[in-house]
Write a new protein. Structure first.
Length: 478
């Protein structure tokens, strides 16, 4: 039994087979499906559409900030650029995680029942799916709002508490509208958004490169263990972006069942990798010329006066594109966690929580500092979770039975023992434990203290993947 029912289209009659309320979700408006199985009759599209979906979501303000942060950490420009390329190679994992979408006709939040069992997966979705997604939504919303405040100020309007609240709500409303309309709206809108953002950031890139010091090195260059510590921390920081998208099958599940797995993985990975490398690279180059502790104001000094409002608007638009994907997946995660609620309403619930967190952060306290610290530690959980998921895909060779995954009954094929797959639960626990022992960010694990390096990412990935492969000798139904 599915944990949620599809949303009916306005004026549509329920299908006699109960598969969906419409044969063409999205064409009539709001997407009909939640976490229920997508029938073959509702599949369409080409894998290359995935490129613009992921590209639009990764031409963002935070990518500029992260790229600049690598130079602030003490790396020279070429070391920072190398770290950016290596860290973004984790988009290959995001691509792999998109492969089950067309095969199963199900989002990642349902596919992972194969890893953790029906009940175990509800806990997984509540934490790695919903909670972390809402935190990311709030952080990105705050970043977009900061750029929007500058636009309001340039327009001569007062930037007070009331104005800030109105701006946050307006940006959230646009974001949630895309998330509510769903998959078809995302596919249609993200190609023009990608083209628009690419044009804006091409101008930014040219302006930054004109001021870049290609021979930049810090006054005291890092060497030995200090250098490797900065490199490992930088790779983890860059990799936290692609690792946060354990939900990439959410956006490939409407593709026809016979879509080649290599095409799904390739277009997804390429859509994230290319813009992330370029935009992070612009941030690193800019850090050789201006103070990237205040990237928004500093970058504007490198741009022509007439172009600065365009740049600020692009920062807002890019973050809206990113957060629309986040809100969409968070809505599915809320359903998969066991809450019987329609997808459209679940997206609005996620948005309301994120808006409340953002307003509290901007108007009341330094909450975002805490959120930022928490997000640095999400690699402890997301790295192992990604590893377990990727290992399961490889063990099953990408073969998943969508209707079987939708069965939540105690006699179902993915109930395992008491609703929990011990192999997945133990592997995730082992991976998170290994990461915690090796982390050196807002806290320091004993292994990291002894070595002076943050090895949380490779340790979590290796231990989680190895443990799952060892325990899941029989991975269940194919």
């Amino acid at each position: 039994m599915a944990s949620t029912l599809p949303d009916p289209h306005p004026g549509a009659r329920p299908a006699s087979d109960g598969s969906a309320a419409s044969r063409a979700p999205g064409r009539a408006g709001v997407e009909a499906h939640g976490i229920d199985h997508i029938p073959d009759s509702a599949r369409r599209g080409r894998p290359r559409e995935l490129f613009s979906v992921w590209a639009a979501a990764n031409v963002t303000y935070l990518s500029l900030v992260v790229g600049g942060a690598l130079v602030l950490m003490g790396l020279n420009l070429w070391q920072a650029l190398a770290v950016i390329v290596v860290g973004n190679l984790f988009w290959l994992l995001t691509g792999l995680l998109a492969v089950p979408g067309p095969v199963a006709g199900a989002p990642s939040e349902v596919v992972t029942r194969a890893l953790y069992g029906v009940r175990g997966n509800r806990v997984n979705n509540a934490v790695t799916g919903w909670l972390i997604s809402v935190c990311y939504f709030a952080l990105n919303l705050a970043a977009a709002a900061t750029a929007a405040f500058s636009l309001v100020d340039r327009a001569g309007l007062p930037v007070n508490a009331g104005t800030k609240a109105a701006v946050v709500v307006l940006i959230a409303a646009v974001t949630l509208a895309i998330g509510v309309y769903g998959h078809a709206a995302i596919v249609r809108l993200y190609l023009p958004i990608t083209l628009a953002l690419s044009a804006v950031f091409a101008v930014v890139g040219v302006a930054v490169l004109r001021h870049t010091d290609f021979g930049y090195a810090p006054a005291t260059p890092l060497t030995g263990r200090d250098l490797w510590a900065a490199v490992s921390a930088g790779i983890a920081l860059i990799a936290s972006g692609p690792l946060s998208y354990t939900t990439s099958a959410d956006f490939s599940r409407y593709l026809p069942r016979a879509t080649p797995a290599k095409a799904v993985a390739g277009w997804t990975a390429l859509g994230g990798f290319v813009p992330s490398v370029l935009v992070c690279g612009i941030g690193a180059c800019a850090a050789t010329a201006v103070d990237m502790n205040d990237p928004e104001s500093s970058l504007q000094r490198l741009l022509p006066g007439w172009f600065r409002p365009v740049f600020l608007f692009a920062l807002v638009l890019g973050t809206i594109a990113l957060n629309a994907l986040t809100s969409y997946s968070a809505g599915l995660a809320l359903q998969a966690a066991g809450l019987r609620i329609r997808r459209t309403l679940s997206v609005l619930v996620d948005g309301a929580v994120a808006v409340a967190l953002t307003l509290y952060a901007l108007l009341v306290s330094d909450f975002l500092d805490t959120v930022g610290d928490v997000l640095q530690l999400t690699v402890l959980l997301l790295g192992p979770a990604t590893a377990v998921y990727a290992t399961d895909i490889l063990l099953r060779r990408g073969r998943y039975d969508g209707p079987a995954l939708a069965d939540e009954s105690p006699g179902g094929p993915f109930w395992y023992t008491g609703g929990v797959n011990a192999a997945g639960a133990l592997a995730l626990t082992a991976g998170v434990t290994a990461s915690a022992l090796c982390v050196d960010s807002v806290c320091t694990g004993p292994v990291a203290a002894a070595l002076g390096l943050d090895l949380a990412l490779p340790a979590g990935l290796a231990v989680a993947s190895g443990t799952y492969a060892l325990l899941a000798r029989r991975v269940g139904p194919q």
